[in-house]
Design a protein around this ligand. Structure first.
Ligand code: N01
Length: 479
């Protein structure tokens, strides 16, 4: 017989763990969490590249109900965030709900019994409510560059770092200059004999102003939680009222941010040619604004070269650009993740065996990011149109978790499903609003799928919180 749990959650990242804890707090205990790996942590378990750290200030990058007063740095490093999640799973008694080493392959809605059957590499399971906590940035993206397989040296992706490969004294090529690359480039520049960075599009980079927290600051945060909360609120406020207006295209805010970028760049880079190729020609905020104190400094090193000529091919010895050949011992792909199609590795079949892949063939959408019509009792955490460029995703995950619990309660152990009209109206609203923001001003980014922007939320996080406070039951059907 298929093992049954009332609620199954896929993934143990920030979303899945928060969901499980809050469900337990709400009185649910028949919860199973499926995790393909052998430890919790999601993105913070997977991404271990040198220099991996958060680009949201630590004080904001934690659950509101489990703040950590002892972050070592203003911007927490990966090992400490990973530890935070491991400790959270233990301290909140979540581990007994987790089945490690179980990879979910698909799920099928069983109309006759109103349950989901989950297919995994370890056999079938079933549940009444299924919650995806797999996030948006899960599968490393390898670029389609001719000859990629012919390279004879070592090769790895930033999200699957080969820690056994010693970069000391090596000729290293890095493809990509996104959020991941700018964190590890300053670290490996100190080891490599020669570091060649292939930049297709420059990014807007602003100093982080990182520093360790002093013992007295940690003591204050621990002893006076109200002050820690106030500090957290200040960080949230900055994202909401300084960075979000840039994405909305507020001219003064955008001009100030560009001036800040120029001043930070000029501090580290004196070569006008290098400054020029590092300056984006697209609106600030159109791609994620990057924060680093060390990236520009690393680019100014004698052993580092920034190449902007397009890559033509990869061959046995290295990378060929339009006019040059570069020999490498190792090529590191910092080329991001497959963000679309959403949940592409999962074969999910809803009512009438309709697949999620077909349902989302023209770009993913979901009502408030959490439910899509035709797939009853299926919920998404960090789903379509919930990503943000200006604040902590954990803030939004908490709103989603609260909302999903209300929907599960509303279903009274039967079914809940969003109506197609409400979802359609919501999706139209999203794309109309998104088309006016900075994200729409460039042709490609991981936020986009063709002309649509299926990943991002167009509003403030305060608006998100308000809209997810109480379900509008007219938009749902419950049985
Ligand atoms: O990936 P990216 P990432 N030839 O997609 C280039 C989160 N994150 O892993 O811009 C040459 O941003 C591509 O070039 P272009 C965060 O949300 C969070 O760095 O497409 N280059 C780009 O430079 C972030 O936004 C943290 O022209 C190619 C790079 O590869 C998201 O993850 C830390 C290419 C990809 O950049 C993704 O960041 C790190 C090709 N064929 C990441 N294909 C935190 O701190 C791609 N590129 C929370």
């Amino acid at each position: 017989m298929t093992a049954f749990a009332q609620i199954i959650i896929i993934g143990t990242g920030f979303g899945g763990l928060c969901m499980a804890h809050k469900l337990k707090e709400a009185g649910y205990d028949d919860i199973l969490i499926l995790e393909k790996a052998h430890e919790v942590g999601g993105t913070w378990r997977e991404n271990t590249y040198p220099g991996a750290e958060c680009d949201i200030p630590s004080a904001l990058y934690s659950y509101s109900f489990a703040q950590n007063p002892t972050w070592d740095y203003k911007w927490a490093k990966q090992p400490q965030i990973f530890k935070y999640l491991k400790d959270f799973a233990t301290d909140y008694d979540l581990r007994r709900h987790i089945r490690f080493g179980v990879s979910v392959q698909g799920a099928t809605w069983m109309e006759n019994i109103s349950n989901w059957t989950i297919q995994t590499d370890q056999g079938e399971l079933s549940c009444r409510f299924l919650i995806s906590g797999v996030g948006q940035l899960h599968h490393p993206k390898w670029p389609n560059i001719p000859g990629r397989e012919s390279f004879k040296g070592d090769t790895f992706h930033s999200a699957q770092w080969d820690h056994d490969f010693d970069l000391t004294g090596k000729r290293v090529g890095v493809i990509g200059v996104g959020a991941s690359a700018i964190q590890f480039i300053p670290e490996i520049a100190q080891q490599a004999k020669k570091l060649t960075i292939y930049q297709r599009t420059p990014n807007w980079v602003i100093d982080k102003g990182d520093r360790p927290y002093s013992r007295i600051e940690k003591w204050i945060a621990k002893r006076f939680p109200a002050l820690a909360n106030l500090y957290r609120f200040g960080l949230w406020f900055q994202g909401e009222f300084i960075i979000y207006p840039i994405i909305k295209g507020a001219p003064l805010r955008a001009a100030l941010a560009r001036a800040r970028n120029r001043s930070d760049m000029n501090k580290h880079i004196s070569d006008p040619k290098l400054r020029k190729i590092l300056t984006p020609d697209y609106p600030i905020g159109a791609k994620r604004i990057l924060f680093s104190d060390k990236y520009y400094e690393a680019l100014a090193r004698d052993n580092v070269e920034l190449v902007t000529e397009p890559i033509k091919e990869i061959n046995a010895t290295g990378i060929k650009t339009t006019n040059n050949n570069f020999a490498h011992d190792v090529i590191i792909y910092a080329t991001g993740f497959y963000s679309n199609p959403f949940l592409k590795e999962l074969d999910i079949q809803g009512r009438n065996k309709a697949t999620l892949v077909d349902h989302w063939q023209n770009g993913a959408f979901a009502y408030l990011g959490v439910m899509t019509a035709g797939f009853p009792n299926l919920f998404f955490l960090y789903g379509p149109n919930t990503n943000t460029g200006h604040t902590s995703i954990i803030f939004k995950l908490e709103q989603e978790v609260g909302y999903i619990i209300k929907l599960i309660r509303g279903a009274e152990n039967g079914t809940v499903e969003v109506g197609p009209e409400a979802e359609h109206a919501f999706s139209e609203e999203m794309q109309t609003r998104l088309s006016k923001l900075a994200w729409a001003k460039i042709d490609e980014s991981w936020y986009k799928d063709g002309d649509k922007i299926p990943n991002n939320w167009p509003g403030s996080s305060l608006e998100f919180k308000k809209r997810l406070k109480t379900p509008i039951w007219d938009h749902f059907e419950t049985t």
